[in-house]
Design a binder for this molecule. Structure first.
Ligand SMILES: Nc1ncnc2c1ncn2[C@@H]1O[C@H](COP(=O)(O)OP(=O)(O)OP(=O)(O)O)[C@@H](O)[C@H]1O
Ligand SMILES: [Mg+2]
Length: 319
């Protein structure tokens, strides 16, 4: 179905101590059912703000979001969000974290036994059946992220919203998570909007990549259709000229046309959400960007042969 999700001419202005700050201006995007969309753009341009508006956590100042002909005005189980820091309840087991969401969404529609089986099924999807009774503190970052994804999928949302879901993971775990997500999305045909800083991840997973201009007043700069057959295989694609063409297009957009604005250099260092993994995964070069106050990213996970300059494009280029 066309125009399943309509982000309709959205602008948002925040009041700040220095006066109103227009963060997004006229962001207009129609998403089809089952489509996988990536949002990519420099740090601070407004990607999370777009996602939060779709989630109903923020209200647009102008325009709005329509999902299946209904205006989004508040958060709801039809739009599940996976955050980068996997927000699980630390006092609940893996099973209970997912079961809680299942109970909330399906209390009236499924029996107790069905909810139990549905919880197990979704944890099986992300290969977490072996750790049902463990608490978040007893499992790794990648496992926590898988539970977060299971919880989101178990809600059977119309739209799955993911804000840098693998950003804090080491490159091997990240690769596995990308493969699992591709496989699950291929099977369930979920509609997904994912924010990423990772060019390879965006090209590998997406049907379309939405490239945002720098803020303030950020908007959609270019849209790239990724016309590669699915299921996709990262190793085969590494040698594929079409894949490399798409990749180069995104790099060109970020590097040539939308340089990181200078004011970002003055921003304070953001503490890493999941420092255990980030610190471990940071390449030596990234410590420079930390010193300059730029946000750090983990190394590109998938096609390691692209490990040259553009790997750290989103952090390094303001130098
Ligand atoms: N509630 C708010 N009040 C004021 N300013 C805000 C608010 N929320 C976000 N902003 C500003 O809006 C801009 C965009 O923020 P946002 O978090 O959407 O960026 P982003 O593209 O997700 O960045 P990153 O890649 O670093 O996560 C930033 O300048 C931020 O400071
Ligand atoms: Mg963000």
């Amino acid at each position: 179905m066309n125009n399943y999700l309509n982000i309709d001419h959205v602008s948002i202005t925040f009041p700040t101590d220095n006066g109103p700050l227009n963060v997004l201006k006229d962001v207009d995007l129609k998403v089809n059912q089952g489509e996988f969309i990536s949002l990519i753009g420099h740090s601070g341009c407004g990607k999370s703000t777009v996602l939060n508006i779709v989630a109903g956590l923020l209200n647009a100042t102008e325009g709005g979001v329509i999902l299946e002909e209904k205006e989004v005005t508040e958060p709801g189980p039809d739009r599940a969000v996976v955050f980068q820091n996997h927000s699980l309840m630390p006092w609940l087991t893996v099973y209970d974290n997912v079961r809680l969401a299942v109970d909330q969404v399906f209390k009236k529609k499924k029996s107790k036994e069905e909810r139990h089986r549905w919880t197990l099924h979704n944890l099986e999807l992300v290969h977490m059946s072996h750790a049902l009774d463990r608490k978040p503190g007893e499992i790794s970052g990648g496992m926590k992220q898988r539970v977060g994804i299971a919880r989101a999928l178990a809600m059977e949302p119309k739209v799955l919203l993911m804000d840098e879901p693998f950003g804090a993971l080491d490159s091997l775990t990240r690769t596995h998570m990308q493969d699992s997500l591709m496989e699950i999305q291929g099977r369930l045909n979920n509609t997904v909007i994912m924010i990423t800083h990772d060019v390879d991840e965006a090209v590998l997973l997406s049907d379309r990549i939405i490239m945002m201009t720098n803020g303030p007043s950020a908007t959609i700069g270019e849209v790239l259709d990724i016309d590669l057959p699915k299921p996709r295989n990262r190793l085969a694609l590494a040698e594929n000229p079409t894949y490399n063409h798409y990749r180069a297009e995104v790099v060109r957009f970020l590097h040539d046309r939308h340089h990181q604005p200078e004011y970002e250099e003055a921003e304070a260092v953001e503490p890493a959400e999941n420092s255990e993994n980030v610190v471990e995964a940071l390449p030596l070069a990234a410590s420079d960007s930390s010193r300059r106050g730029l946000k750090t990213v983990t190394p590109m996970p998938s096609t390691d042969r692209h490990s040259s300059d553009d790997k750290h494009l989103l952090t390094e280029e303001a130098s």
